[in-house]
Design a protein around this ligand. Structure first.
Ligand SMILES: Cc1ncc(COP(=O)(O)O)c(C=O)c1O
Length: 483
């Protein structure tokens, strides 16, 4: 067939062609949400790679054929996050209005680097940021920008902290005695990664021990005192709300007071937990967040938006402008443009219109509707915790503050190294079965099972099914180990 690319693209731009993509996505969602499909397949990576191992296609193929492969080789081999037994990492079963907005945002395809390229987009992003700053109580001078997620948000917050601590660093580098970043032992790796990226050197990360999986504030006070006595400059303290491993919230009031007392920049990594600000029942967990100079907040986690949608918020928007002291006369011009341009305060140049799906979700479900879903996830985590407490095969490891629960399969009477090995293999065997999908983490050096409820379709019966499946699989593993 002769190549006719323009005709093909015009044919694919029709509503009929678009509907075929949407039908595929809707069927995937329905099969997943129905709960009858496996949560994941156990296809080995090499066999999956073999299906895609082909020469670069020089000629196009009919849409039916291409969509057939997306359905059979991509969707069918993907993890079904909308399945009620998906209880794994903090990636959401996405809100449908958020999913469909992706298509519209891509159709518009305005880059949000500069206002001249996205007249509506930059205004929508600024409005969403304003709402979130208000929820966090950051005040009149606050601002922020969308990011690819929590990792970029924490990098950006700490870059702003670096500009405040070392105003010449952009031109001259950080010098021979770079300042220190203090964080909790359970901080996400985004923090130490940012320290490396900012040229401070990983030796400048000071970790504060936890008490009940939260930063021990007495230990923080001692650490700050020791660093001051040693004459070391502190660039920032990073608090976590909530922590990746256990979903525990650091005490932001106490940490904020210690930072205020010494004039230290407080960054709150609330990538996971900031969405609790929407919830009257849970917002108390973030009391003190208004003391932060910068905050990371991921709507793609507990606001259930599809990847990706992250934000960094700052108490003074000018701090973010100072973070990227960038001149680009071909792109950034004029005071009015600069007010709306996102490129002047963002790590990115070409930028997706991720703010649109957050705006649409808030319009469609309302902040209260999203908060109700948030609360449902947390309620389920509490129910799971209670079921674990009552179950002889499991040991609870903490009270859930959010939607994350860590626990251990105990295996009656077995040695701790046998139990540790069983927990490690249990997670793997259970996920491989396709019945459900959970994660594993290390707490106090030992492997433990970890569940994150990310799907409002997960009900109590699913949690019972999870514990039954894990108990049976665990017993099989232990029997195998002692045979
Ligand atoms: C506390 C915390 N911070 C940062 C991140 C990283 O966020 P992202 O994956 O969106 O970059 C996570 C992800 O799980 C997290 O839990």
């Amino acid at each position: 067939m002769p190549i006719q690319p323009v005709a093909d693209l015009e044919a694919d731009a029709t509503a009929e062609a678009g509907a075929r993509f949407v039908e595929l996505a809707a069927a995937f969602l329905a099969e997943s949400a129905g709960g009858n499909a496996v949560v994941s397949t156990a296809t080995p990576p090499a066999s999956l790679a073999a299906r895609f191992d082909e020469p670069l296609p020089r000629e196009g193929r009919p849409l039916t054929e291409v969509l057939g492969r997306v359905r059979d080789d991509v969707a069918a081999e993907s993890i079904r996050l909308s399945h009620p037994m998906y209880l794994g990492h903090q990636v959401s079963a996405p809100l449908p209005a958020g999913i469909w907005t992706e298509v519209v945002a891509s159709a518009i395809n305005n880059s949000l680097a500069v206002r001249e390229m996205s007249p509506a987009g930059t205004v929508v992003e600024a409005q969403v940021i304003r709402w979130m700053c208000e929820l966090a109580g950051l005040g009149e001078e606050a601002g922020g920008t969308f990011t690819s997620g929590g990792t970029e948000a924490t990098f950006t917050g700490l870059l702003a902290a670096r500009a405040a601590a070392l105003p010449n660093a952009w031109e001259e580098g950080v010098g021979a005695a770079p300042p220190v970043v203090v964080c909790g032992e359970h901080a996400h790796y985004a923090v130490s990664r940012a320290v490396g990226e900012l040229g401070l050197g990983m030796k400048q990360v000071e970790r504060v021990p936890s008490r009940s999986f939260r930063m021990d504030t007495a230990a923080l006070e001692r650490t700050l005192g020791r660093l001051a006595a040693d004459g070391r400059r502190i660039m920032a303290v990073v608090a976590t709300a909530a922590s990746t491993a256990t979903g525990s919230f650091d005490d932001l009031i106490e940490i904020g007071a210690l930072c205020d007392a010494s004039g230290i920049w407080l960054h709150v990594d609330a990538a996971h937990g900031a969405s609790a600000l929407l919830s009257p029942a849970h917002r108390h967990r973030l009391r003190g967040i208004d003391r932060a100079r910068s905050i990371a907040w991921d709507p793609h986690k507990m606001m259930l938006l599809p990847l990706s949608a992250g934000m960094v918020l700052v108490r003074r928007e000018a701090d973010l402008e100072a973070a990227f002291a960038q001149q680009a006369p071909y792109l950034f011009h004029g005071a009015e443009g600069r007010r709306w341009d996102q490129g002047t305060r963002s790590f990115q140049c070409s930028r997706r219109f991720d703010a649109l799906k957050v705006w649409v979700a808030l319009q469609r479900y309302g902040a209260d509707g999203i908060a109700a879903l948030h609360d449902l996830l947390c309620d389920r985590a509490r129910e799971l915790h209670s079921a674990i407490v009552a179950h002889p095969a499991f040991e609870p490891l903490h009270e859930p503050d959010s939607n994350i629960v860590c626990f251990r399969f105990v295996g009656q009477g077995a040695d701790s190294h046998v139990v540790d090995d069983a927990n490690r293999r249990l997670r793997e065997a259970y996920n491989r079965s396709g019945a459900g999908w959970i994660t594993l983490t290390l707490l106090e050096g030992r492997p433990v099972l970890r569940v994150t409820v990310m799907n409002p379709r997960t009900e109590r019966a699913h949690l019972d099914r999870l514990l039954l499946g894990l108990a049976e699989e665990g017993a099989r593993l232990l029997a195998g180990a002692s045979a």
